[in-house]
Design a protein around this ligand. Structure first.
Ligand code: NDP
Length: 410
């Protein structure tokens, strides 16, 4: 298949897909043809209209069921993109990767594959594509959102600039924003609730240590004083970038991931768990099988709709302790993003914005040949400098300061 250089296919037109499309339109010297596809046409068309209004760029929209690899491959053959950005749901990762393999097109996503019937996200399914992508001579870039994504690049950046080896990493993710809803999730509710209700794991001295889920008795939390946002209760959580960073960072002794949750949010989670509405097990309902969490998703606010009233900031970054020439030091590298400013620029809240900007930036790295390679890559395996430069230029600059390591016991 002869590819249209500069042509990109974005799959998924939710909160993140919208930001990716806007950001590709802002970089139309690289993304000369932009195609946006989703399983129904309403959202892609609304995004198309907004992009034309804000940036004067025309994009093309399509319907595709990305659970069906053959449908995705047929669309790819029709429009011949150089690359596919998958910002649909983790369930579609493998079908879209298969379509990229069938057509010889590069692949970028922001979340690792997760089977529908098991709330378990792991890289093993996508890492298994390594040889197939190598053989086909194409590149898959996995987890190119903010976390995973920029958080991986932050680790790689401080390693490259300041250390020979890394001893400790704490990734801290604060959403200090307010959306005026009693309960809402900041990205797809189904995926979000599956993620945050899991048993927590962190890495210490060569093994995974399990602790209770964030809303359960015995969960590990402390108040961290975030730059600009101030002190926020932060909970130990398992997050997908830990799996690849543990594998790729030399010398790593401990890695933890922390996320802020309000007591109100946790109470809602507890109630949902207790009454079973966040369950992924199908139940009989009026003669039909339904999955409670899919029903819950349908009644919770659409995360993209939160943008109009969202105020406050997100602060996401990594505290990394490493060693250079036998001397130990600690750096804190982070970004602050403002919900209202994101809305003003592209009509989205900061969680979608902080995910969409890196996804577009990773695609730009591959389209321009700045990142090249055959096979499946996690972000920390690629040069972090040009990527973070592009992410910064496109709205998410970072700050690096000297810091003190977080204590081992919290
Ligand atoms: P949304 O639910 O808002 O959007 C998902 C989009 O994908 C919707 O347009 C949806 O269509 C579409 N879609 C779902 N199933 C299919 C299918 N079978 N075929 C075609 N299109 C489909 O999610 P978000 O935008 O909030 O999140 C998108 C992705 O980004 C998720 O994978 C999420 O995990 C990831 N993410 C990553 C982050 C990071 O930092 N790495 C942070 C936040 C999110 P419809 O509207 O019809 O349902």
């Amino acid at each position: 298949m002869t590819k249209n250089t500069g042509c990109v296919l974005i799959i998924g037109a939710g909160g993140v897909g919208s930001v990716v499309a806007h950001k590709c339109a802002q970089n139309k010297d690289v993304f000369t043809k932009i195609h946006l596809a989703s399983r129904s046409i309403g959202k892609p068309n609304a995004i198309k209209k907004d992009i034309k209004k804000r940036w004067g760029v025309s994009i093309t929209t399509h319907i595709v069921d990305a659970d069906k690899s053959k449908q995705v491959a047929a669309l790819i053959r029709k429009i011949k993109p150089a690359l596919v950005i998958n910002v649909a749901l983790p369930y579609q990762d493998l079908a879209i990767m298969d379509a990229c393999l069938a057509t010889g097109v590069h692949y970028v996503d922001t979340a690792n594959y997760e089977p529908r019937d098991k709330a378990k996200f792991e890289y093993k399914w996508q890492w298994a594509y390594q040889n197939k992508f190598k053989k086909k001579g194409i590149m898959a870039v996995l987890g190119a959102g903010f976390d995973p994504g920029v958080s991986n690049a932050y680790c790689a950046y401080v390693l490259k600039k300041h250390f020979d080896t890394v001893r400790f990493v704490d990734i801290l993710d604060a959403n200090a924003g307010s959306h005026e809803k009693a309960f809402a999730t900041n990205f797809n509710p189904e995926i979000n609730i599956r993620e945050v209700t899991q048993t927590v794991r962190h890495w210490a001295n060569g093994k995974w240590i399990e602790t209770p889920a964030v809303m359960d008795k015995g969960s590990v939390h402390f108040s961290f004083d975030y730059p600009i946002a101030g002190p926020k209760e932060s909970y130990l959580l398992y997050h997908e970038e830990m799996e690849s960073l543990v594998k790729h960072l030399p010398g790593l002794e401990r890695m933890r991931f922390w996320m802020t949750f309000s007591e109100n949010y946790l109470n809602h989670l507890r109630v949902m768990e207790n009454i079973g509405i966040s369950s992924i097990k199908p139940i009989d309902f009026q003669g039909k099988k339904i999955v409670p969490i899919e029903f819950l998703k349908a009644i919770l606010p659409d995360p993209a709709s939160l943008a109009t009233k969202y105020t406050g900031k997100t602060v996401i970054g990594c505290i990394v302790t490493g060693v250079k020439d036998g001397k130990e030091s600690t750096k804190y590298i982070y970004n602050v993003c403002d919900h209202e400013e994101s809305f003003k620029e592209v009509g989205s809240q900061a969680i979608s914005y902080t995910t969409g900007v890196p996804a577009m930036s990773a695609a730009l790295m591959v389209m321009k040949g700045i990142w090249s390679g055959k096979g499946v890559f996690n972000i920390e395996q690629l040069d972090p400098e040009p990527f973070l430069e592009t992410v910064s230029k496109n709205g998410l600059p970072f700050t690096v300061v000297d810091y003190t390591p977080l204590p081992e016991k919290i």
